[in-house]
Ligand binder design. Structure first.
Ligand code: TYM
Length: 333
């Protein structure tokens, strides 16, 4: 049966990733994997390399440039369907920062000070105002394209709540301009933990790089990292985040990549030893990353420039339409 979708009913998806180091397995399984799936559906999608956000970490110029290029390539190589999706860089659209200023008038300073990520990051980078106002820029990223759905990992839940509040306050004051966006995640993988410190989330800035799997790790390195992953002494492959965080994390990785239930992964390995299980997870991860890495290596500068040029125009048109409506609503046009 042919399915007809009215343009007005089409859902808009927005999500972003900071170019601050190499893309890791947490980014892939918690977010990008879901972007790929959504991009094969009926929605209109915007996936953004949020380089203005990365400035809050005061990066070195060359490192930032390389991270932007690599992250862009990973998104293209990840298999996101470019027919339905626009991939672009935040700083190419000044509308993001412009809308952020407007939205800052709908957000209380106290709300920003209560954000967990602000509290964590303020202690490592010092408290500059970019760190504090970061969630308003994030709200503007989402609202600039009037997104309905935001596929992210669990660490972004609080920022999404704030975005919803900002959108509601704007609408209450100036009319129904913004949809109220929903956070979505996959059925597992929304919070991958460090392989070495399973009480902390897997991240680019982890103290122990052996706890993080990067998209371009070699097979040897993946095997080494999984073999040395921290588990427990029980030798029972059972999901129990509280008492067995390490083994639960490995089960979660395996289930997410294979798109199976956690309980099915448990069953599959109920008679296995930890050593065997660790190798099986490492191989699964390697097989998952391999095509991404291969496509990444094959992409030429011309391929990327063509995609970027085309996509900036599409993103800009969408952003400018929203800005026009917002300005009219505010009476500043
Ligand atoms: P960032 O760059 O830290 O991470 C990008 C995406 O990866 C997810 N993620 C994880 N998921 C599962 N397990 C992990 N260990 C893990 N680590 C990271 C994140 O949840 C995210 O979905 N503030 C955002 C970037 C941003 C954004 C936006 C996202 C800016 N504007 C608008 C959505 C919409 C961030 O720092 O993500």
């Amino acid at each position: 049966m042919i399915k007809f979708i009215r343009i007005a009913d089409m859902k808009t998806v927005f999500s972003g990733i900071q170019p601050s180091g190499l893309v890791h397995l947490g980014n892939l399984l918690g977010a990008i994997n879901n972007w790929v799936k959504l991009s094969d559906g009926d929605s209109k999608n915007y996936f953004c390399i949020v380089d203005l956000h990365s400035l809050t970490g005061l990066p070195n110029k060359n490192d930032l440039k390389k991270s932007i290029d690599d992250t862009l390539k990973v998104l293209i190589a990840s298999g996101i369907n470019l027919e339905t999706s626009v991939i672009y860089k935040q700083s190419d659209l000044q509308e993001h920062a412009y809308l952020s200023w407007i939205l800052s008038n709908f957000c209380q300073v106290g709300e920003l000070q209560r954000m967990t990520q602000f509290k964590e990051k303020a202690s490592s980078f010092g408290t500059h105002s970019g760190l504090l106002t970061y969630p308003i820029l994030m709200a503007s990223d989402i609202l600039i394209h009037k997104a309905n759905e935001v596929p992210v990992g669990d660490d972004q839940t609080q920022h999404l709540e704030l975005t919803r509040n900002i959108a509601e306050r704007f609408n209450n004051n100036y009319g129904e301009i913004f949809p109220i966006p929903e956070k979505t995640s996959g059925k597992s993988g929304a919070r991958l933990m460090s392989l070495r410190h399973p009480e902390n989330k897997m991240s680019k800035s982890s103290d122990d790089i052996n706890g993080t799997i990067y998209f371009n790790d070699s097979k040897d390195s993946i095997l080494k990292k999984f073999k040395s992953s921290v588990t427990d002494s029980e030798n029972i492959i059972k999901y129990d985040q509280k008492n067995k965080p390490g083994i639960s994390n490995l089960i979660e990785i395996y289930a997410t990549i294979n798109d199976i239930k956690i309980s099915d992964a448990e069953k599959e390995f109920q008679n296995s030893q930890y050593g065997e299980f660790k190798i099986a997870v490492a191989e699964t991860v390697f097989d998952y990353l391999k095509p991404i890495k291969n496509r990444f290596d094959e992409l030429t500068t011309k391929d990327i420039d063509d995609i970027v040029d085309e996509n900036i125009k599409l993103a800009k048109n969408s952003a400018q339409e929203t800005i026009k409506e917002v300005e009219e609503a505010l009476g500043i046009c």
